[in-house]
Design a protein around this ligand. Structure first.
Ligand SMILES: Cc1cc2nc3c(=O)[nH]c(=O)nc-3n(C[C@H](O)[C@H](O)[C@H](O)COP(=O)(O)O)c2cc1C
Length: 174
């Protein structure tokens, strides 16, 4: 039985909530799923598919997600092919939340190496109750404050992955 890893790097819990929703959706579709913080993944032997997501801070992925992505590129091989989907969460504020955040260069390059799609962008969250650090706390009082995670969109994205993972493998065409 194939198993899917949903891994995430989150500082204030917003991206963790997205990863939880993705994992729930896949489980609801009958798939076997492990949900883990990116820095708590020991290896990929048990998985034939991985969904990796990170919060975006100052235009970059969080370090545990960057590290895991590098390990994923190294682990993916003809002997053990791993199907990969990426997402990131960041934009907040009514004017930005639906926008696409381009993949940081290292992430874009890794997606090409893995042969997977560039990361899907989901809106982020900055709220007083969960903000960590001086900058986030002051942003939580400004125009960008709020929870802009669209869980319908997130679940629809996860449903698409579940459908791909559940589809019978296509035989090679000759
Ligand atoms: C200091 C700081 C810098 C941020 N930089 C970016 C950024 O460069 N791009 C972006 O889209 N979002 C940025 N954000 C928004 C966060 O990505 C958003 O709040 C996200 O939901 C945080 O995820 P987390 O709760 O999983 O840590 C920033 C937020 C803070 C507090």
């Amino acid at each position: 039985m194939s198993k899917t890893l949903v891994a995430y790097a989150s500082k204030m819990g917003g991206t963790e909530g997205i990863a939880q929703a993705v994992a729930e959706e896949l489980r609801g579709a009958g798939l076997e799923v492990d949900l883990r913080p990116a820095d708590d993944v020991s290896g990929f032997d048990a998985y034939d598919s991985v969904i990796l997501g990170s919060a975006v801070y100052a235009g970059r992925w969080r370090r545990p997600a960057r590290r895991l992505l590098k390990r994923l590129v190294a682990a993916n091989s003809i002997e053990h092919p791993i199907r990969v989907w990426l997402f990131h969460s960041g934009p907040t504020g009514p004017e930005h939340a639906d926008g696409v955040v381009p993949a940081p260069g290292d992430v874009a390059a890794a997606a090409i190496a893995l042969g997977c799609a560039q990361p899907a962008t989901f809106g982020g969250r900055i709220e007083t109750a969960t903000a960590k650090g001086f900058l986030a706390k002051s942003m939580a009082k400004g125009d960008l404050a709020g929870d802009f995670r669209d869980f319908d969109r997130i679940r629809t994205w996860a449903d698409g992955i579940a459908a791909e993972l559940s589809a019978p493998a296509t035989p090679p065409s000759h």
